[in-house]
Design a protein around this ligand. Structure first.
Ligand SMILES: Cc1cc2nc3c(=O)[nH]c(=O)nc-3n(C[C@H](O)[C@H](O)[C@H](O)COP(=O)(O)OP(=O)(O)OC[C@H]3O[C@@H](n4cnc5c(N)ncnc54)[C@H](O)[C@@H]3O)c2cc1C
Length: 266
């Protein structure tokens, strides 16, 4: 196996152009599982952990190499809440935003935040840079639209992020757990509400009818909260797998979204 360790973004982009078939390695917390349990044996690996530019977080641009440990202490409360639920301290020190995007698991905990904020994912190749909206980037379970030779550079969030925001997930236990269902919610002063859910569909998803309904309610009544919960449950498309059932996830999605809404309203 050939290992390439660039020390700058330019070097990393050059390496990716020269070896478009290479596997990109950031924290390795997903890749090592693929190697150890699923027999992944890449011909070439480009390790991007020592690329300082990727670890930068400037304003609304979060570099792909930013770890959960940093996100935990960052200024976006929902992202910090999500980061705190990821793995163990060791995983949070190594695992990165770019790795969560690269894996594109429906259970990736950073992804509902990017979805609820309509974030753009920024990619760079030898030919230049492009931005892709989150839902054009995550195109299926563990599938993204990154082209060979491209690096994920980071995620660009909108300038205006509502202060009322929250994230929560349900799992088997409180720590070291992959989400059975997760939810992130933002609510602006005028009532505009965005919601994104994870682990209840092939990709993170937005319950658009529920968002539209609750955004029109300036002071949601108990009946409006109940209708919001019902619409969220109706709109998700979960599966039954080894972690949970379709029915449980559907119920959990609605309950999570409603609780987060009550939390930000309270
Ligand atoms: C014990 C354990 C617990 C975990 N718990 C959670 C959890 O609670 N929540 C959660 O969401 N995840 C969890 N994970 C999964 C993992 O930690 C995350 O998905 C993490 O974000 C992966 O980041 P990484 O830097 O380690 O990625 P890596 O393993 O290095 O890479 C993952 C994928 O992304 C690609 N990639 C990485 N960086 C780039 C880049 N800059 N450009 C292009 N492609 C890139 C790689 O090629 C690979 O396909 C857990 C993993 C373990 C082992």
């Amino acid at each position: 196996m050939r290992m390439i360790i660039p020390r700058s973004l330019d070097e990393a982009v050059e390496a990716a152009a020269a070896h478009p078939e290479a596997t990109i390695l950031a924290g390795g917390t997903d890749l090592m599982v693929s190697a150890n349990l699923h027999g992944l044996r890449p011909e070439a690996v480009i390790g991007v952990r020592r690329v300082p530019e990727l670890a930068e977080w400037e304003g609304r641009f979060i570099g792909a190499g930013v770890t959960y440990a940093r996100m935990e202490r960052g200024p976006i409360a929902a992202l910090a809440q999500a980061a705190r639920t990821v793995g163990s301290p060791q995983i949070r020190n190594a695992g990165t935003l770019g790795g969560n995007l690269g894996t594109a698991s429906p259970a990736g905990d950073a992804l509902p935040i990017l979805a609820a904020l309509d974030a753009d994912i920024v990619l760079r190749a030898a030919g230049g840079e492009r931005s892709v909206r989150w839902d054009d980037f995550i195109v299926g379970p563990k599938k993204n639209s990154r082209e060979p030779g491209e690096l994920i550079i980071g995620a660009r969030l909108p300038d205006d992020i509502p202060d009322r925001q929250a994230f929560a997930k349900i799992g088997f236990r409180n720590a070291m757990v992959i989400a059975v269902a997760s939810c992130c919610l933002f609510r602006a002063e005028d009532g505009a509400t965005t919601v994104a859910l994870g682990s209840v569909g092939p990709t993170p998803m937005r319950p658009r009818a529920a968002e539209a309904m609750i955004s029109a309610e300036r002071s949601p009544t108990p009946a409006a909260l109940a209708e919001f919960q019902r619409l969220v449950s109706e709109e998700v498309s979960p599966i039954t797998d080894h972690r949970s059932t379709e029915a449980y996830r559907r119920t959990a999605a609605g309950v999570l979204a409603r609780r987060l809404l009550e939390r930000v309203l309270g």
